[in-house]
Design a protein around this ligand. Structure first.
Ligand code: GLP
Length: 259
């Protein structure tokens, strides 16, 4: 695992966006096959998306041959609800870039058969050729996508019950009322994420410091599902100084020096 530590969230976000753009361009230079990317929501990726939008507008990268799959969505929240991940992605990324609509995939949290929707999602990912890169954020408890503590590290896309902690944390988007946060979500599994050729995870702020410590220095454990990245041959965590704040001094120095 690599850890890229920048002084600020904006610097780490710009690093991540340019890294993604470079990967898209590299693939486009060698093949006409699409670049398949996993995308996340939350406050964390917003600055990365802003930089990607700038790069698209400046003609430095194009999403015309990119296929994306978002990692999760709430169950039962209308698509047009401002806090649905459909709305989030349109607002912060898709409305501003050149990715064709038919290349955009987001789980349907209102599908009549949620299990069938999850199975079809995995099939569509496989049909697209699997992920070249998965961009993720993490929860304060170290969850990736909505893979809450005790999710199997071999899990695939499925319906999941959110923990009281996640509903509490996400209530900031729902009038600060945890009861307004849907109790269930659909999420790609840990193995769906780690099946990507490359995984880039963003983490910013001291609220994520404990999760980063567990993910980087702790054991691989279903208690902190992002720790599964320790088993991945090409995983990068891009964070700011605050999120690296609970690492051992020696770990911090090692990552700063080796980068
Ligand atoms: C939710 C999402 C995750 C996201 C996490 C962190 O739980 N399902 O995909 O990484 O929130 O959100 P934020 O970036 O707002 O801290």
């Amino acid at each position: 695992m690599k850890l890229i530590i920048r002084d600020t969230m904006v610097e780490a976000s710009v690093w991540a966006a340019r890294y993604i753009a470079e990967k898209i361009n590299e693939k486009a230079a060698r093949t006409s096959e699409p670049f398949v990317i996993g995308l996340c929501t939350g406050s964390t990726p917003i600055e990365t998306y802003n930089e990607l939008i700038r790069l698209v507008k400046a003609g430095k990268v194009s999403f015309k041959n990119v296929i994306s799959f978002n990692m999760d969505e709430y169950v039962g929240l209308p698509v047009e609800h401002p806090e649905s991940y459909h709305s989030f992605m349109a607002k912060y990324l898709f409305d501003h870039i050149d990715e064709p609509k038919e290349n955009i995939h987001i789980l349907d949290g209102n599908a009549p058969d949620l299990d069938a929707e999850c199975a079809a999602y995995e099939e569509a990912i496989a049909k697209a050729g699997g992920f070249d890169l998965f961009l993720g954020g993490i929860g304060e408890d170290g969850h990736i996508a909505f893979n809450e503590p005790f999710s199997s590290l071999a899990s695939r896309t499925r319906v999941i019950s959110l923990t009281p902690q996640t509903r509490e944390v996400n209530s900031r988007f729902f009038d600060n009322d945890p009861d307004k946060v849907p109790a269930q979500a659909m999420s790609v599994g840990v193995a769906t994420v780690t099946g990507a050729k490359e995984v880039v995870v963003l983490a910013f702020g001291s609220k994520k410091a404990h999760a980063i410590k567990d993910a980087v220095e702790g054991p691989v454990s279903h208690y902190c599902t992002v720790s599964a990245l320790q088993m991945h041959p090409c995983a990068i965590i891009a964070c700011d100084d605050a999120a690296a704040g609970e690492l051992r001094v020696n770990s911090y120095r090692y990552f700063k020096a080796t980068e």
